[in-house]
Write a protein that binds this ligand. Structure first.
Ligand code: HEM
Length: 206
């Protein structure tokens, strides 16, 4: 039987696991171990990290249905906020290392690289979800809270479009993320969602 301390340790472990890549990348940049373009290195790694965080967050509900393990539900908000933190740091690395904080350049950048607009929309969506992820918003919004938080799926679509626009020719990595996203999204379809507890019973019976 898991105690309150077990869950606290689990949450702290997840926190450390989410923080570690940022510390490692920061350390690499500080020690000239991040290649010839450290700013771009941070931008791309943190962007990919944000996508991983989003995919992990969205996997938690199907994993709970499949296993009934409470631990997955307990870290849902935490991972959602980590997604927002990574996405914000990704945007900040763009502003700092690519734009050089030259905001006058932003207009021409948006014309040259429209995928940035798509990324911005995704980030705004994540910020709305992060701001309403607390108990107070849940109580205030009632049933509408769930509907609002389903926005995570169109946001995932926007992120994949943003990524696709960036990679264009080299599709291999993108296809892998798109396949994972398709799998996660498929688990929300009612017939598939109904099957998950049945798989659990079948596995428990074997
Ligand atoms: C204001 C918002 C955003 C801006 C300005 C932005 C900007 C960028 C830029 C400039 C690139 C790299 C393009 C290049 O190769 O030169 C990029 C790549 C990427 N971004 Fe964003 N982005 C934003 C939001 C997001 C969000 C919200 C996510 C995910 C949750 C995300 C995930 C990615 C991914 C996965 C890549 C590709 C990384 C790779 O090629 O390894 N971005 N973004």
């Amino acid at each position: 039987m898991a105690t309150r301390n077990t869950w606290r340790t689990w949450r702290a472990g997840v926190f450390l696991a989410a923080l570690t890549p940022l510390v490692v990348w920061g350390w690499q940049v500080a020690n000239n171990a991040a290649g010839p373009e450290p700013g771009r290195y941070l931008l791309l790694n943190i962007g990919t990290g944000a996508l991983w965080m989003l995919l992990l967050t969205l996997s938690l509900t199907p994993l709970t249905r499949l296993t009934r393990w409470k631990g997955f539900t307990l870290i849902r908000r935490q991972l959602g906020l980590w997604t927002l933190a990574y996405a914000t740091l990704h945007m900040l690395s763009y502003a700092l290392f690519i734009l050089g904080l030259d905001w006058a350049m932003l207009g021409s950048e948006l014309v040259k690289r429209p995928y940035i607009i798509v990324g911005m929309l995704a980030l705004i969506g994540l910020a709305v979800l992060g701001a309403t992820s607390n108990r107070w918003s849940m109580r205030r919004l009632g049933k509408r809270w769930k509907t609002l938080h389903r926005l995570a799926y169109p946001i995932l679509g926007l992120v994949l479009l943003h990524f696709l626009w960036v990679v264009r020719a080299d599709l291999g990595e993108w296809v892998m993320y798109a396949a994972i996203a398709a799998l996660v999204m498929a688990t929300r379809l009612p017939p598939v969602a109904r099957t998950l507890p049945r798989i659990r019973y079948r596995l428990a019976g074997t």
